[in-house]
Design a protein around this ligand. Structure first.
Ligand SMILES: Cc1ncc(COP(=O)(O)O)c(C=O)c1O
Length: 392
């Protein structure tokens, strides 16, 4: 059970606004903010290198914390500045030759799909999209039928940016393992809202951000690389941190996933990420999922029954992201007006998930994502706010 009052007391950002946009950027616990600002103060007072030395143990522990969060080992974690950076490091490290097939999903995130297109034009890879089942989630049977010797990668988004869909990431992992094909999972929207275990997922690479459901600072993300894959995976670019310069004509690639990092990084943000992960672990990922998904379910009912909204979430299982439309309402103006009322929600544009948006003919959709720290009263506030708005 989550002690909601304590959790809310721990977060100054929740005192004055109804923040219902954890899928965009959630509100940091005060302890996360302090970890970031305290370190910046330390850098200002003692010097950047000196501050890093003083916090060396805490900085190192961030790898342990992230590994614990996703059931990995410390050496399988690279800390990066965003989920996209993490995903791209993995994707561009893969040797793909002309004719190699990459299987992806209908709800794939824009940044990933643009990278597919880039390598289709540069390297001649073939992008094949696994169709959805009748409910709108990736169809695992269809995926299995698409497998052949030319499939060089399965890369899918677990939970998309534009709604409550939860793709069957574990079942996809089983197919990937059976066919011995690398599996790259975009878990950006999953991490922090539910338990995530890379061994259960059987993925080779997993990318995620800090700022969404994990409640970390902006500008943080991480990449998991399975240890056995690491040995055969060379990053697309290296520096002297990823691969120390050991003699004038030689470098030595690091043996851990930090071969995907560069020498320079924000210590302050990393420390903030570590505190965010500790916080999530102490609340409990099962507890978080139960409450956040429960609140989202309540919100869907309220939106439909009271605000005349159409819920647009695909799939039969729905997570904490609620996508919806209200006839005649301009979504962007709606978000702006709600913001003036102290209520934060967002939109998702069709070009963030173009395949899904085109096949379902989605407009710009409204997007709300309650987290475990929200209350039923805030859901009512959102619904009342929507009802109050005249046509905008
Ligand atoms: C499914 C998904 N993948 C990747 C990203 C990119 O994350 P970042 O902005 O941290 O690179 C997002 C961001 O919205 C996302 O929703």
């Amino acid at each position: 059970m989550i002690d909601i009052e304590t959790v809310r007391r721990d977060t100054a950002g929740l005192q004055h606004r109804a923040h219902l946009l954890a899928c965009g950027s959630a509100v940091m616990p005060d302890a996360v903010l302090s970890a970031v600002t305290d370190h910046l103060m330390l850098e200002a007072r003692t010097g950047g290198y000196e501050a890093a030395d003083a916090k060396a143990a805490e900085l190192d522990d961030v790898y342990n914390l992230v590994a614990t969060l996703i059931g990995a080992d410390k050496q399988e974690i690279a800390l990066l500045e965003s989920a996209t950076a993490a995903w791209c490091h993995a994707f561009y490290s893969l040797e793909l030759k002309p004719g190699d097939r990459v299987l992806t999903c209908q709800a794939e995130y824009a940044a990933n799909y643009v990278a597919f297109l880039h390598r289709a034009s540069r390297d001649g890879i073939v992008i094949d999209v696994v169709p959805d089942d009748d409910a709108g989630a990736l169809d695992v049977e269809a995926l299995e039928k698409m497998m052949d010797d030319r499939v060089a990668l399965i890369a899918i988004t677990w939970i998309p940016t534009n709604g409550g869909l939860v793709n069957p990431a574990v079942a996809v992992g089983e197919v990937a393992r059976r066919y011995k094909v690398p599996y790259l999972l975009d878990a950006c929207q999953a991490v922090g809202q539910m338990p995530v275990n890379v061994r259960e997922l059987q993925c080779d690479f997993l990318s995620a951000t800090g700022r969404k459901f994990l409640r970390g600072p902006r500008g943080t993300g991480f990449l998991y690389v399975r240890e056995s894959v690491l040995l055969n995976t060379e990053p697309a670019m290296l520096d002297h941190f990823a691969a120390p310069w050991v003699s004038s004509d030689q470098y030595q690639l690091r043996s851990d996933a930090r071969r995907f990092e560069n020498w320079e990084s924000s210590c302050a943000l990393r420390l903030g990420l570590g505190v965010a992960v500790s916080y999530a672990l102490s609340v409990g990922l099962e507890n978080i999922q139960q409450r956040a998904w429960g609140l989202a379910g309540t919100l869907r009912q309220l939106l439909e029954s009271k605000a005349g909204a159409t819920i647009l979430d695909a799939g039969s299982e729905h997570c904490a992201i609620v996508s919806f439309a209200i006839g005649g309402r301009d979504p962007v103006a709606t978000v702006a007006k709600l913001r003036q009322q102290g209520i934060n929600i967002g939109v998702s544009n069709p070009d963030s998930t173009r395949l899904d948006s085109e096949s379902r003919e989605l407009p710009v959709v409204l997007r709300a994502a309650p987290h475990y720290y929200n209350t039923e009263a805030e859901l009512d506030q959102l619904v009342a706010g929507l009802i109050k708005l005249e046509k905008v």
